[in-house]
Design a protein around this ligand. Structure first.
Ligand SMILES: [Zn+2]
Length: 165
């Protein structure tokens, strides 16, 4: 999913509880459930991994990151939350799994070092969620086409905006 979607879900999650640790935890957990909805970026990820579409994937992630920053700024400029800290922690928890996976990709864990292995275990766990539903409903499929994924994510973001603002 877009980081922007994860950030928005994290903000909603953080706003739903009144304890910082719960806000962070709920945001973090929300990431994996959100990722279970097929969202079309599997090909993008594979293109990056194989080296065939690195620029395209980096542009996609870069634009998403920019949109996420704008979204977060808007969330805090426009909204007066009961606890700004909880909303912030919900957002951090919500985007953290993708940041950890990003670090794992950049570090390219190959050796036997403990931290590298842990990063890679986490990356595999994170990717498994992406195939959870699609694997049940469409055998052998790993994702939906990107254009449907984009439509789905745009709709999800629009609904989340309605909830937040
Ligand atoms: Zn993710």
């Amino acid at each position: 999913m877009f980081l922007a979607v994860h950030a928005a879900v994290g903000a909603v999650a953080g706003n739903a509880v009144n304890n910082p640790l719960a806000a962070f935890t709920l945001g973090f957990i929300s990431h994996f459930f959100t990722d279970m909805v097929p969202h079309g970026d599997e090909g993008m990820y594979q293109g990056y991994k194989s080296g065939s579409k690195v620029v395209r994937a980096l542009l996609y992630v870069g634009m998403d990151a920019l949109a996420t920053v704008v979204l977060i700024v808007l969330i805090f400029l426009k909204q007066d939350f009961f606890s700004t800290a909880n909303v912030a922690l919900g957002i951090i928890g919500g985007v953290l799994p993708d940041l950890l996976v990003g670090i794992a990709e950049v570090m390219k864990p190959k050796g036997r070092r403990w931290l590298y292995r842990k990063f890679d275990d986490f990356r595999c766990f994170h990717m498994r969620n992406h195939h959870f539903f699609i694997g049940h409903f469409r055998r052998g499929q790993k994702d939906i086409p990107l254009k449907y994924g984009l439509m789905l994510q745009a709709t999800a973001l629009a609904i989340l905006m309605k909830v937040i603002f």
